[in-house]
Write a protein that binds this ligand. Structure first.
Ligand SMILES: CC(C)(COP(=O)(O)OP(=O)(O)OC[C@H]1O[C@@H](n2cnc3c(N)ncnc32)[C@H](O)[C@@H]1OP(=O)(O)O)[C@@H](O)C(=O)NCCC(=O)NCCS
Length: 154
């Protein structure tokens, strides 16, 4: 299968929404900002994979910026063929070129494939619990258990 990769922009919004849902809105429209990296994997004209990375400031006492993976996804029928890893590789190159501190993602323990991919790609994995800002106010279970997965390039 010949998969091609290219940068995505505003013109791809509807296609992205059709294939992966409204992940752009969900992640605060951060896809096409100046300090972001959004790439798609295509089988012919068909979008089959996506990665979106944004630059975030490091928290005190550190100074500088990191690259954070908002979303990485590959259509079910195209998984386990190296597409996710290739998208990650491109995001790593982008992070290195900008001399950012690290590339980081966060996945809930339910997203097994993402954690397994990060593990395969030699990311450091640190478990962490985050507050679910999207949970309804009356939902008692507002915390999500997951992993930060991080690779440093300095
Ligand atoms: C995570 C995801 C992007 C991986 O995409 P992919 O194209 O299948 O990834 P790759 O083919 O490059 O897999 C790389 C490695 O990850 C690991 N891996 C991926 N899926 C796995 C699974 N279901 N079980 C165990 N290991 C898995 C394997 O080690 C694999 O290497 P191998 O096939 O040589 O054994 C894809 O599974 C996906 O879209 N999942 C749903 C969306 C999601 O959870 N996104 C993360 C939220 S940010």
């Amino acid at each position: 299968m010949n998969i091609t990769y290219r940068e995505l922009d505003e013109n791809d919004y509807d296609t992205i929404k059709d294939v992966f849902g409204d992940i752009i809105k969900k992640y605060n429209l951060s896809y096409f900002r100046e300090k972001s990296f959004t790439y798609g994997a295509f089988d012919g004209q068909k979008l089959v994979g996506i990665i979106s990375v944004v630059v975030l400031p490091l928290l005190s006492p550190l100074v500088g910026e990191e690259a954070f993976i908002n979303y990485v996804g590959v259509l079910s029928a195209y998984r386990r063929q190296g597409i996710g890893s290739r998208l990650m590789e491109m995001a790593e190159k982008w992070t290195k070129e900008r001399e950012l501190f690290q590339l980081r993602g966060w996945s809930s323990t339910y997203t097994v494939e993402a954690i397994m991919m990060a593990n395969k790609l030699k990311y450091a994995l640190a478990h962490s619990i985050i507050y679910d800002v999207d949970a309804p106010l009356d939902d008692k279970d507002k915390f999500i258990i997951g992993y930060n997965w991080v690779k440093r390039f300095d």
